[in-house]
Design a binder for this molecule. Structure first.
Ligand SMILES: Nc1ncnc2c1ncn2[C@@H]1O[C@H](COP(=O)(O)OP(=O)(O)OP(=O)(O)O)[C@@H](O)[C@H]1O
Length: 576
């Protein structure tokens, strides 16, 4: 079934996406710019009316062999061109200014929302199907503002041009009857009806020929995004792919993605070809059609050459205006495709927090001096239990080791404590600002080492000596003097070195609640032990919760929580 271009429900969704900017704190400047740009558009139409009248006077001067009038009209023409240039320039500048302001506002809004409340993470976890959210922000918002504005201003232009030239054609029709076989019939507004009929015919045929473009463009954007995403994945996993020798497999998959892009593009070309071929014939015939219609009146001397040329020019303008939808068909289709994708993203952004709240029933009362877990149930997304009825208290300076077979839910328990995992219920009292969760693979920024070390930022000033000391303490003394070195640290540091950076961050941050999810798994055992000893020494009041498989870790923890993976668990003093 073909997609309807627009219906009431869709208009309401687009309205919700659009009105926010126009009622925002920037509304005054936005509306002001809009009004000025619309005024610019109307001025351009006024200049075209001026030019149309000039046509009559100019060709009359030619027909009358009136040399003085001819040169006088050339001067008028110079004025028309000068005014036109100024109005077009000013309108262009202000329109682009408005567009970039709108885009900036939308980008800030949706980028912030995406990052707020861990939405970027939760969206994926809740099974959201929005593909490539990063590209929705980076490219679709820009296309949406651009296409929306060009369509809206195109529409205003078309309507005002139509209104002006319909009146002109109506007046010109007074002396141009419909002539069939030498017989003349007076039809009020004959030329106007001819122009409208001709353009309406073109628009309708174009619609029939081009309506598949909406779906195809939508598909094209998605395929391009998938291809980009796939290439990007390789960039993130260069070494693994190189070691596994996966080049051919990668190449095959890339080509598979790319072939789908090409196949779809051929479909677009085929539909576009029909639309363009029809459009070009329709456009060419349009320049002769009014002359043919008005010719009998001209040869019958009912109208002069000036009227004939003015008719042809006015006809052309009406044609331009009415075929706005025909010419803009592809942009409307592209607009619809971009808008659909942006709406999908924005609506899913808005639904993520409520959906998370609906799935998640973990009460998070305020806590200061202890981590309290009460009757905590954690399940997989399909609701199969991982952990049932966990009760646990953890005071300052104590420690807990979480163990269990792979897939038994150790990381998921930490996710639930961090408030990331929606499929849980019970109670978790944790002073979150004082808590630090350290994953197995720390995130390292690209740029100066100093920034990677301080990620995501400290709320107190730190001098270089402290940074260097933290690096040295974590076993990275050779990096202590390289704070300003720039690199893609995740690609250059070894797995163990990356984990040492994470330990240096802990020493700098000094959290009161520390959660380590296999955070030392890539270190040799003596180094791991040294770092744990250092943590205990430097952060004696910090409660440490570790997830780990190594038995040597037990020595650094007071208690051990063993997970069964089916809901069961045991809590006991950690054997020495
Ligand atoms: N996003 C997810 N969607 C679906 N299932 C998930 C998701 N994340 C985790 N799981 C499932 O939940 C279970 C627990 O995973 P988790 O990562 O907590 O295990 P783990 O005990 O930390 O394992 P390991 O020791 O291998 O790190 C696994 O069966 C895993 O497949």
């Amino acid at each position: 079934m073909e997609q309807k271009l627009f219906d009431r429900a869709y208009a309401a969704r687009v309205w919700r996406l659009t009105y926010s900017y126009w009622t925002s704190e920037q509304k005054v400047s936005a509306w002001l710019l809009l009004v000025v740009v619309i005024a610019g558009n109307l001025s351009i139409v006024a200049v075209t009316v001026w030019l149309n009248n000039w046509n009559r006077d100019f060709y009359d001067a030619i027909q009358n062999l009136d040399r003085d009038a001819f040169y006088a009209q050339l001067v008028v023409f110079g004025w028309i061109v000068a005014v036109y240039m100024v109005v077009v320039g000013v309108r262009f500048y202000l329109r682009e200014w408005l567009r970039i302001r709108w885009r900036t506002w939308l980008t800030e809004r949706y980028q912030t929302r995406w990052l707020q409340d861990k939405t970027f993470y939760r969206m994926k976890l809740l099974g959201d199907t929005t593909d490539n959210p990063d590209q929705r922000i980076s490219s679709d918002i820009g296309s949406f503002t651009e296409l929306t504005m060009s369509l809206v201003f195109g529409l205003i232009n078309a309507v005002s041009t139509l209104a002006s030239f319909i009146v002109i054609l109506w007046n010109l029709s007074a002396n141009v009857p419909l002539t069939i076989g030498g017989q003349a019939y007076d039809i009020p507004g004959f030329l106007m009806w001819c122009a409208i009929g001709y353009a309406a015919f073109g628009t309708w045929i174009t619609h029939l020929l081009g309506r598949r473009l909406i779906r195809l463009n939508f598909q094209q954007e998605k395929l391009e995004a998938d291809y980009r995403f796939d290439l990007m994945r390789l960039r993130e996993n260069l070494e693994s792919v190189a070691l596994y020798g996966g080049e051919q497999t990668e190449n095959r998959r890339f080509m598979h993605h790319f072939r789908r892009i090409v196949d779809n593009y051929f479909r677009i070309i085929r539909v576009g070809l029909r639309v363009d071929m029809f459009g070009s014939v329709h456009g060419q015939v349009a320049s002769v059609f009014p002359l043919v219609v008005a010719a009998p009146a001209y040869f019958g001397k009912a109208i002069k050459l000036g009227d004939l040329m003015q008719t042809a020019s006015a006809f052309g303008r009406v044609q331009d205006a009415l075929t706005f939808f025909m010419d803009a068909y592809k942009s409307i289709a592209a607009w619809r495709a971009v808008t659909d994708r942006l709406l999908g993203f924005v609506e899913s952004l808005e639904q993520t927090s409520p959906r998370f709240a609906a799935a998640n029933a973990v009460a998070r009362p305020p806590a200061a001096d202890a981590l309290r877990i009460g009757a905590l149930d954690v399940t997989r997304p399909d609701r199969r239990p991982l952990l049932a009825g966990l009760d646990l208290d953890l005071g300052p300076g104590t420690s807990l080791l979480i163990t269990g077979p792979s897939g038994s839910g150790k990381s998921t328990l930490l996710r639930a404590l961090a408030g990331l995992w929606p499929f849980a219920r019970g109670e978790v009292a944790l002073a979150e600002p004082d808590a630090l969760f350290v994953p197995q693979k720390p995130y390292l920024t690209i740029g100066p080492l100093r920034e990677a070390l301080l990620y995501p930022g400290l709320d107190r000033p730190v001098d270089d000596a402290e940074l260097a000391r933290a690096l040295t303490d974590a076993g990275l003394e050779s990096f202590a003097g390289r704070l300003d070195d720039e690199a893609d640290w995740a690609q250059t540091l070894s797995g163990g070195e990356q984990q040492r950076i994470a330990f240096a961050r802990i020493l700098l941050r000094r959290p009161r609640w520390l959660f380590l999810d296999e955070a030392s798994s890539a270190l040799d055992e003596p180094s791991e032990q040294r770092l744990y000893r250092l943590l205990r020494e430097r952060l004696p009041d910090t409660a440490i919760v570790s997830v780990g498989h190594r038995s040597t870790l037990k020595a650094f923890h007071d208690r051990q929580l063993q997970l069964g993976g089916d809901g069961g668990w045991t809590l006991a003093a950690a054997p020495a």
